[in-house]
Design a protein around this ligand. Structure first.
Ligand SMILES: [Zn+2]
Ligand SMILES: [Zn+2]
Length: 482
């Protein structure tokens, strides 16, 4: 970035640089090779900007009956998403020590389920963290647990049940394994992810898990469990879910016996995907999959003049038209797209934003925090020194800086710390945080990056406490796990 910082001598300020629209480094090399900060004007961003206030205003009369009470976390998350990547909210300064090329990297909002960029980063980080600190190098299996449509509503109106549903999934695995090994040989190891969305962002609470394909004995020895009893999983799962909802007084025994008569129970357990011990990439992909954002920007394929959104399913194949009498008809005609009015799209997306403190990733058995702590696997991973990280930082800060660069490399396959001008290694020289508002304004004005207009009016509610403001990416490691 050819802009310099006020008060810094010896740096040439070219006037031709003063009106650059964004802090993208100039380059003589072919475009695309270097990291470029992302473009904010995604269709989703525009949708939020143009329709969110109206959505909040009409929520009570149009959406509350179906989606439940308005949750304040929706407004606070969307407000933060709206500022994600905004330089006015603070940034890191990255500079080349050789040629003094410089650019800024804005901070992320770190919101869950409403910011695809932050969710993608979180998923990548989670993958690395699980690999380094949690998973043992043994074969794993993906288990996916679903429940009938009839029961989904209870989880929408009582989100605390979602964690209990995840627990029920673990108990199911444990009981299935116990059938084979007499219960006493050892404990399973599982990472569970609560997902509330289906392919078309509708309400569809279900559990994805990654389970070691066997149990760990007292001494940490791994014993693989054969497939013998896995067909029993569905009955065990069904009973666990019924027990949960009976305990919580959501359903009564008559409902249970009625549902047990159904020809197609609506419960399912899929454990057909195996990842072998050495398949590190497979594990990373699986973790990213189970912790992904509820919606994908690439699937918002078109919007009409009125702002309607055509959202397609992840499977682009056409769904064959069902034959008369086919069970597909009774199950509902499957679609691979949905057309949403703008406010309906927002209602569907925001229902998946978790409440504060609502954990989506959970650890059980041999992978529980307690067991990991006992094994001494809980200590923070040692961070090897990285190019671009100045000496003297704490391990924690080093980890954060490394993380940013590593993530960019993962996502864009470019090294954000490679100087676009001379090819040297750029360094993160400082963080300018949000509370330094005057410094931010001074620097951005100086560089011609200050934007006067407020793109969207501030929220009607009272200002949030300071601790809720957007922060650096520091917390990703700490936030995602129990
Ligand atoms: Zn974000
Ligand atoms: Zn340079």
């Amino acid at each position: 970035m050819p802009c310099s910082i006020p008060g810094r001598k010896k740096q040439r300020l070219g006037t031709e640089h003063s009106h650059r629209p964004n802090p993208v480094p100039r380059t003589k090399k072919p475009p695309g090779k270097f990291y470029r900060p992302r473009n904010h004007e995604t269709p989703f961003f525009k949708l939020v900007r143009d329709h969110f206030d109206e959505f909040e205003n009409v929520y009570f009369e149009r959406y509350q009956a179906k989606y439940g009470y308005w949750r304040p976390v929706i407004r606070s998350s969307i407000d933060k998403f709206f500022k994600c990547g905004d330089l006015k909210e603070g940034f890191a300064r990255v500079r080349c020590p050789d040629c003094h090329e410089e650019f800024f990297v804005a901070f992320s909002c770190r919101q869950r389920a409403c910011c695809p960029t932050c969710d993608q980063k979180r998923a990548l980080l989670l993958g690395h963290r699980l690999k380094d600190e949690v998973f043992v190098e043994v074969p794993h299996r993906q288990w996916v647990f679903t429940i009938p449509k009839r029961l989904r509503i209870y989880f929408r109106f009582d989100r605390a049940l979602l964690g209990k549903l995840c627990r029920a999934a673990y108990d199911t695995v444990r009981d299935v394994y116990a059938l084979e090994i007499d219960g006493n040989l050892g404990i399973p190891a599982m990472v569970g992810a609560v997902q509330t969305f289906g392919d078309l962002i509708h309400w569809h609470p279900h559990i994805h898990t990654i389970v070691a394909d066997g149990v760990f004995t007292e001494t940490g020895h791994f014993v693989r469990i054969p497939d013998t009893w896995k067909h029993r999983a569905i009955d065990i799962w069904r009973d666990k879910v019924f027990d949960l909802l009976l305990d919580e007084k959501k359903i009564d025994p008559d409902t249970v016996s009625g549902m047990k008569e159904w020809k197609n129970s609506g419960f399912s357990v899929d454990n057909s995907v195996i990842i072998e011990a050495e398949d590190k990439e497979g594990m990373q992909r699986l973790v990213e999959y189970i912790s992904r954002c509820p919606f994908s920007l690439t699937r918002m394929i078109s919007t009409t003049k009125e702002g309607d959104i055509l959202y397609r399913a992840s499977n682009p194949q056409c769904v064959p038209f069902p034959i008369a009498g086919d069970h597909e008809l009774t199950a509902g005609n499957p679609r691979n797209f949905e057309v949403f009015k703008p406010l309906d799209f927002l209602a569907n997306v925001t229902q998946h934003i978790p409440d504060k403190g609502e954990h989506q990733i959970r650890y059980y058995g041999f992978y529980s925090n307690k067991k990991r702590g006992m094994r001494g696997k809980k200590e923070p991973t040692e961070v090897k020194s990285q190019p671009g990280v100045p000496e003297g930082d704490t391990t924690f800060v080093k980890k954060c800086k490394m993380t940013w660069a590593a993530l960019i490399k993962c996502v864009y396959e470019v090294d954000p710390l490679e100087c676009p001008k001379c090819g040297g290694t750029m360094k993160i020289i400082s963080f300018i945080e949000r509370h330094q508002a005057d410094v931010i304004e001074k620097i951005l004005r100086h560089c011609g990056l200050w934007k006067e207009e407020q793109p969207r009016p501030p929220p009607p509610e009272k200002a949030e406490s300071k601790s809720d403001e957007p922060k650096l990416d520091y917390g990703f490691f700490e936030q995602t796990c129990l």
